[in-house]
Design a protein around this ligand. Structure first.
Ligand code: PMP
Length: 398
């Protein structure tokens, strides 16, 4: 049956980690990942999460099935984290939230919902974007277009290019936007730029699909959700949000995400939610219990929530410090042209390193980065910052 099945090439980013693991040099550094590591190079287990974990272990509750759309304490708390607890659209019953298998699962279920509701629509994603965006939307039959996003000469946003491309899209096109900490570039919109984009989406009747995988990793929980909150306050009546706790709770493997759909009124929301449930039922039937119980346990307990916010704040502050440290060390090594790294947001930086420079970093220094020049700033630490800065400065001298 499988005689003619072709071999799919491995994921280039995961392949990078395999090559890193096989590298015997003690100075090796993996900047290719999409994970936040602490100062000791470990994936942190947050103290607030450990606390709930202990409670759950003591209670040893039976593991029945969750409802198709997930744990209600989890979905309610997620909705409030996205929009703010006192948001009008929550009170009006216009927003429904579904627990999904990570942010990726939210993108997939959201893509399937939109393909059913808007069968003729195309989707536009930023150029560049997280590579899986193209794969997920392509897999459910969307034609995927690009809109201009990044300006390689400034290492920042090409806002005029973005506006021009969005304005040229056909009415009804779905537009995927990163709420904050753009992956892979680290270039985000200012509040004033978000207002312009949202006005344009409304004017041109474009459908917003927001992906928020890094809430709290740049400025703060409310600040990083600004795009979502501006949309909620805008005349736009329909949009969806795919969100993830992989990074903000450091729960990558627990696969905790959510799909939130905003409808015109409570009745429409109910009908849309019934469709979401049908899609999930025919896919994985219902989500898993543990990760959602951890997140709900933290978010719904005021003391643990305060502790989580503090821990999240520390991860955010440390990323800012690493950016600053890298820029300073690079300048000290004679490479001041990398000052833009400090203006970029989140875990990633589009460093501007060429494919050849990335290759030299790997071969000569055992430093692994994505071929596009994307580096994960959150994989730096005081132990490797100096080494990485020296190496980047060396390959930048040619
Ligand atoms: N969207 C973006 C922009 C991401 O960077 C990621 C993860 N790296 C995701 C979605 C998916 O998140 P999850 O790991 O929760 O599936």
């Amino acid at each position: 049956f499988f005689a003619n099945v072709e071999l799919v090439p491995g994921d280039p980013i995961l392949g990078l980690t395999e090559a890193y693991n096989a590298d015997g040099r003690s100075t090796r550094v993996n900047l290719g990942v999409g994970i936040y590591y602490d100062e000791d190079g470990r994936i942190p287990v947050l103290r607030a999460v450990q606390q709930v974990e202990r409670q759950l272990a003591e209670q040893s509750k039976p593991r029945g099935y969750l409802p198709i759309d997930g744990l209600p304490d989890y979905t309610r708390a997620t909705r409030e984290l996205l929009f703010g607890a006192d948001a009008a659209l929550i009170a009006e019953g216009r927003a429904t939230t579904t627990q999904t298998v990570g942010g990726s699962g939210a993108l997939r279920v959201g893509a399937e919902l939109l393909k059913k509701s808007l069968p003729a629509a195309r989707i536009a994603i930023s150029d560049p974007s997280w590579e899986n965006h193209r794969a997920v939307f392509g897999a459910v039959g969307f034609e995927v277009l690009d809109y201009t996003y990044f300006d390689a000469s400034t290492h920042g946003l090409d806002f005029d290019g973005m506006l021009a491309d969005l304005a040229a899209l056909e009415s009804g096109t779905v537009v995927l936007l990163h709420a904050c900490c753009h992956n892979p570039t680290g270039a985000d919109l200012t509040p004033a730029q978000w207002e312009r984009v949202i006005a344009l989406l409304h004017e041109r009747n474009l459908f917003p699909f927001i992906d928020m995988a890094y809430q709290g990793f740049d400025r703060g929980i409310a600040e990083d959700a600004l795009a979502i909150r501006l949309l909620a306050a805008s005349p736009i009546r329909n949009f969806v949000v795919a969100s993830s706790y992989s990074k903000s709770f450091s729960l990558y493997g627990e696969r905790v995400g959510a799909l939130t759909v905003v409808a015109d009124d409570a009745d429409e929301a109910k009908r849309v939610q019934s469709q979401v449930k049908r899609l999930i039922r025919a896919n994985y039937s219902s989500p898993s219990t543990h990760g959602a119980a951890l997140v709900a346990g933290v978010l719904n307990d005021p003391a643990l929530r305060a502790q989580w916010e503090e821990e999240l704040g520390r991860m955010r502050t440390r990323i800012h410090a690493l950016r600053r440290g890298l820029v300073e060390q690079l300048a000290a090594q004679g490479a001041p042209q990398y000052d833009f790294i400090q203006r970029q947001a989140g875990m990633f930086s589009y460093s501007g390193l060429s494919r050849a420079q990335v290759e030299r970093l790997r071969e000569e220094f055992g430093i692994y980065a994505v071929g596009t020049g994307r580096i994960c700033v959150a994989a730096l630490s005081a132990n490797n910052l100096d080494y990485v800065a020296r190496a980047v400065a060396a390959v930048s001298r040619g």
